[in-house]
Design a protein around this ligand. Sequence first.
Ligand SMILES: [Zn+2]
Length: 378
Amino acid sequence: MQKSQVSAMNSSLELGRIMGIPVRLHWTIIFIVLFIAWSFASVHQETGGIVYGLGGIEPVALRWIASLIFSLALFACVALHELGHSYIAKKSGVKIRSITLYFFGGVAAMEEIPRNPRLELKMAFAGPGVSGVLGFVLLFLGLQARAFAGSGSPLTIMLSDLGLMNLMLMAFNLLPAFPMDGGRLLRAWFAFRMPYVKATRKASDIGKIFATLMFLVGLSTLNFMLLFVAFFVYVGASEEEKATEISVSLEGIRVKDIMSAKVQVVVPEMSLEELKEMMFREKHRGYPVMSGGALQGIVTLTDLQNVPEAERAGTPVGSVMARKLYLIGPQEEASTAMKMMNELQIRRLPVIDEDQLVGIVSREDLVRAIELCSELEH
Ligand SMILES: [Zn+2]
């Protein structure tokens, strides 16, 4: 999964950097760590010589401390899985902005997902590969601990259960559906034989069939976890398909091809009342604010609406405009503009060439371009 990095940043804590990549924790992780520790401390089951859960450990303090360590170690394993993906990506020149650990696992925010099946195959495999190796090594260590301290010792239980969990993490991620690694493996496999969009569509279709089967099994056994995963897989498959189609259909189109070059600008001294009339007249929802030949900010309908009707005549544009500007160059890819707008949750970007405002590109411009391109393709 790669999405809404900006909102993730606001609610996450940076742990540190590994291989130069910031590793972050999403705040929801705290509850999940505690929940897993609690579940692990409450279960005690023995099957095939392996003890599941630390529920049988006495004294209680040791049980809880060991459970908490187990839960934290599990998340460290999830982080290693993500770092596996990132290591291959970095080695091949793909920039990784950050890794955020969520309750469902990790998310590596990549600058650009390579449209290269060989690389995608390697990258997608690296995560489950790491989990698989961790699983077998931990199970092996668990066997050693068992010979040494017995099957009921906290160390034996922690090692062998952690080993099993890693193997499950590997298996879960190999499900042939987006956003799981298995979905990417499948697409890369198809992409050797057919165009990328077609390969994505095919992999996404298989993911949806898979999700539907999971849903039916979940429904007939009343397994809510399975229903939840099925839903997650279905949405993931559809989103990946849409994102790929958009970035492929915008391929080769630059910002200058779709931007509005005749930019109407406003001055910071203009009142909001005047701005409202201007928006009404020209049917634009946002304007760059210029003063002395320099771009000062951008003012939108939302900024206007935040000010009560009665105060608009006395409020200048300069006091409500957004001063933090995200800019784009005319030579940039249109898909980059799309990505920026999605991540920053904004609707328009001023286009700047050699310090001069040369245009403005809006979400509507992008949508029109996508529609036109898919019109021409069919
Ligand atoms: Zn993965």
